[in-house]
Design a protein around this ligand. Structure first.
Ligand SMILES: Nc1ncnc2c1ncn2[C@@H]1O[C@H](COP(=O)(O)OP(=O)(O)O)[C@@H](O)[C@H]1O
Ligand SMILES: [Mg+2]
Length: 250
């Protein structure tokens, strides 16, 4: 049975006069990894940023239709609550100019986490979830800027996890990473998918094949096809999907 985390209904968005997403209806499963694929400029980032209501921060952005997050319309919640429930990780690994421990505690402190023992627990559990604990446990007070790119990206994931989101949105999180770091991020996402809805935009079809349970294919702001990854890759229903996944265009 499909366990729906996000339901998008007749959703369209535009920047000024330019239509970007056109009448998209789609669901994302909880406890699964969904990869959003499609050529550059087709609207993948806008879709992710619509889900956590950060697209609204862009001048000229407007949208129609609805998005439900665990059965509540995101427009019925305040935007901060939505962004906390659906945390986002970006293409370029960003470490806050703080030590490793404070990177994790930045948002939880803001939300009122004061007790030292609870802070320690949270830092350790978040770092363990991204496979960083053993690597950094002896240097939690060192600047996060000293970490490698792959470590910074896993730290960025841990920082999002620290506020206990139900959805993790990742926008091409491995595009600046080497293969070994990419594999560590992929292993991390597999682990997180046992408890979260993980949605990853990727330009890398091999990565989508490796980690995605479900695939969403977008072209020119339209949803072309969505479904189980094995079906999309082995027996797509649409010719445009077949051409895209076989590398005919990108
Ligand atoms: N902040 C913005 N203001 C105006 N147009 C934008 C903005 N962000 C994206 N766009 C336009 O929206 C379209 C979709 O962009 P985007 O969602 O970034 O696509 P993708 O992530 O698939 O490459 C593109 O034509 C892009 O130029
Ligand atoms: Mg993008």
């Amino acid at each position: 049975m499909k366990n729906t985390a996000i339901e998008i209904t007749n959703f369209s968005s535009r920047y000024g006069q330019q239509d970007v997403l056109q009448n998209i209806s789609l669901t994302f499963s909880s406890k699964a990894i969904t990869a959003i694929i499609g050529p550059s400029g087709c609207g993948k980032t806008t879709l992710l940023r619509s889900i956590n209501r950060t697209a609204e921060l862009e001048p000229g952005y407007s949208c129609t239709g609805n998005i439900h997050l665990f059965e509540t319309s995101i427009f019925a919640l305040d935007a901060y609550t939505v962004r906390r429930q659906a945390g986002m990780v970006f293409q370029t690994p960003v470490a806050l100019p703080l030590n490793i421990r404070e990177n994790i505690l930045f948002a939880p402190r803001y939300y009122g986490l004061r007790r030292r023992a609870l802070q320690d627990q949270l830092v350790e559990s978040c770092l363990r979830k991204v496979g960083l604990w053993e690597e950094v446990k002896d240097r939690l007070q060192r600047p996060a800027s000293h970490l490698s790119g792959g470590q910074k990206q896993r730290l960025a994931i841990a920082r999002v996890l620290a506020v206990e989101p139900r959805v993790l949105l990742l926008d091409e999180p491995c595009s600046s990473l080497d293969p070994a770091s990419t594999q560590q991020v992929e292993d991390t996402l597999r682990g997180l998918a046992s408890e979260l809805c993980v949605i990853i935009v990727t330009h890398n079809l091999a990565q989508a094949r490796r980690i995605a349970n479900e695939i969403v294919f977008i072209l020119n702001g339209q949803l072309i096809e969505a479904g189980a990854a094995e079906n999309i890759f082995s027996s797509p229903q649409q010719a445009r999907t077949r051409d895209f996944v076989s590398g005919l265009f990108g």
